[in-house]
Design a protein around this ligand. Structure first.
Ligand code: NAP
Length: 248
């Protein structure tokens, strides 16, 4: 597929590498321009472009930027044809994203994103830590393959997003509509806990909406205490152990 990815951070850079290695035609942009994109990201054929170019003539757009930067790209996203699938990887962290009153009042994060963009999105790759995404992928059918949730309102969006998730070495698990996607938000049992397909269904069902913000903030407080100012990303196993203790 022709895919445009915005963001070359912890998650975006791995998606660029994996989706281009899987044979997709990938363009990628960050906020600073194509010259700042590391050549290492482009070794499987992905092309570094401007933000505007990344959204031209593509079938799928992946937004892997901080949630509070979504409104910045909304005017460009608004120009996409209706049939272009937009996949969002974002999560809300008030310390990073500033306080977003609608989400604080209980709006589901992906519905807030869809509202900013004025179009539906599929939510994927939000519930796996970047180290797990980069290092723990396996081929389909491998024992213990990690499953991640994909939320979407449209059937075709769901099929395409799930196929792309499989191409990144993970089992794709349909988690339901965007309205129900709070079950995969930070603090939920399914969030960054590296579960298998069998375990993930139970984890999504066990989510307790009222507890999510507190558990998200507890997890973040531990990360900040142990790893500094929050800019560092914990290694995969430490982060997964922590998420299991707090979220499950
Ligand atoms: N880190 C994780 O383990 C993890 C796991 C799952 C989901 N997520 C979510 O996925 C999203 C990305 O996370 P991350 O950790 O990869 O973030 P990150 O490391 O901070 O990287 C963010 C990227 O977004 C780019 N960006 C910001 N505004 C942009 C714009 N207007 N146009 C184009 N690019 C723009 C930045 O560009 P520059 O490089 O030029 O600054 C940067 O490359 C976040 O919402 C996060 O919550 C993160």
């Amino acid at each position: 597929m022709k895919i445009g990815i915005l963001g070359t951070g912890h998650i975006g850079k791995t998606l660029v590498k994996k989706l281009s290695a899987a044979g997709h035609d990938v363009k990628v942009a960050n906020s600073r321009g194509p010259d700042t994109i590391e050549p290492e990201l482009l070794t499987s054929g992905a092309r570094a472009v401007t933000t505007q170019e990344a959204l031209e003539d593509v079938e799928v757009v992946v937004l892997s930027i901080p949630l509070n930067r979504i409104p910045d790209v909304a005017p460009l996203v608004a120009r996409l044809p209706e049939e272009t699938l937009v996949i969002d990887t974002s999560n809300y962290y008030p310390f990073r994203d500033d306080r977003i009153e609608a989400i604080e009042a209980g709006q589901v994060e992906s519905l807030w994103v869809a509202e900013q963009l004025g179009r539906p999105v599929a939510k994927a790759w939000n519930a796996i830590g970047s180290d797990s995404l980069a290092t723990k992928g396996k081929s389909a059918g491998s024992p213990g393959r990690i499953a991640i949730p994909i939320a979407s309102d449209g059937e075709r969006d769901r099929e395409v997003a799930m196929a792309l998730v499989e191409d990144t070495g993970l089992d794709a698990f349909y988690s339901g509509t965007l309205a129900d996607s709070w079950r995969q938000q930070p603090g939920a049992p399914a969030y960054c806990t590296d579960l298998t397909r069998e375990e993930l269904g139970r984890a999504l069902a066990a989510a307790d909406r009222a507890r999510l913000p507190k558990r998200r903030d507890l997890g973040l407080a531990v990360v900040q205490e142990r790893l500094g100012d929050g800019g560092a990303n914990p290694d995969a196993d430490w982060g997964v152990r922590l998420a299991r203790v707090i979220n499950m």
